[in-house]
Design a binder for this molecule. Structure first.
Ligand SMILES: [Zn+2]
Ligand SMILES: [Zn+2]
Length: 221
């Protein structure tokens, strides 16, 4: 994405699955001083599987902490990992502007009351829209994997993400980013189509769908 590894001060890890941490050894190789935020169980598992011992900054899930003027709140999400989290980052308003909250919420099998509350309180929300039901059905993935993805501790489908968006007030929301699309079982055009309803209900809302087949979405690069 055109960012110098050495210029990154810290990364915030959600859970130990390889699609969320396999880049850490390379990143640490280029930036040994990188701070790595994670809860104890996640840090332990990643340290073991990735064979790394970075400067861990360990936190308790559910407890807020400060990071360079931001208040960071890791919150629990239902996913088949040790202690998976989403993050809310509260950014203080500058020059009279009001404070804003960026919320990161991917890898959740269903929407819990905590997840709903976090989605409702976001100004900028990164939400998982992982798979299209039919594409998952037709995919060559083994039955147990399909079941895992669909399970209560798997991933949010496009329809589940849409359901959540339909059911919350989200009055503060100004930018919705849909991400963690499955390369095999989803397409941005499908997610875009489903989001037409959200767009027409909230014409002022900016909606970005992250394409997993592209290196970076055009309007964020
Ligand atoms: Zn995961
Ligand atoms: Zn994932």
């Amino acid at each position: 994405m055109g960012v110098e590894p050495a210029s990154i001060d810290a990364v915030f890890i959600t859970h130990e699955h390889s699609d969320h941490c396999s880049g850490l050894p390379a990143l640490l190789g280029r930036n040994p001083g990188l701070k790595v935020y994670a809860n104890a169980e996640t840090a332990h598992r990643i340290g073991y599987t990735q064979k790394i011992s970075p400067i861990w900054r360990k936190f308790q899930t559910g407890g807020a902490f400060e990071y360079h003027g931001l208040t960071v709140t890791p919150f629990p999400i239902p996913h088949d990992a040790a202690d998976p989290v989403g993050y809310a980052f509260d950014c203080p308003g500058e020059a009279g502007a009001s404070a804003r909250r960026v919320t990161w919420m991917t890898d959740l099998g269903h929407v819990t009351p905590v997840a709903r509350e976090q989605a409702e309180a976001a100004d900028i929300l990164v939400l998982e829209s992982n798979y299209d039901d039919e594409m998952l059905d037709l995919s060559k993935r083994p039955a147990h994997l399909k079941q895992r993805i669909r399970g209560r501790h798997g991933h949010l489908s496009n329809l589940a993400a849409l359901d959540l968006l339909r059911s919350i007030k989200a009055e503060r929301l100004s930018h919705l980013c849909l991400g963690h699309l499955s390369k095999e079982c989803n397409r941005t055009v499908i997610v875009d189509g489903l989001m037409a309803e959200v767009r027409s209900a909230r014409p002022d809302l900016r909606v970005t769908v992250f394409d997993p087949l592209e290196e970076a979405p055009a309007d964020l690069s």
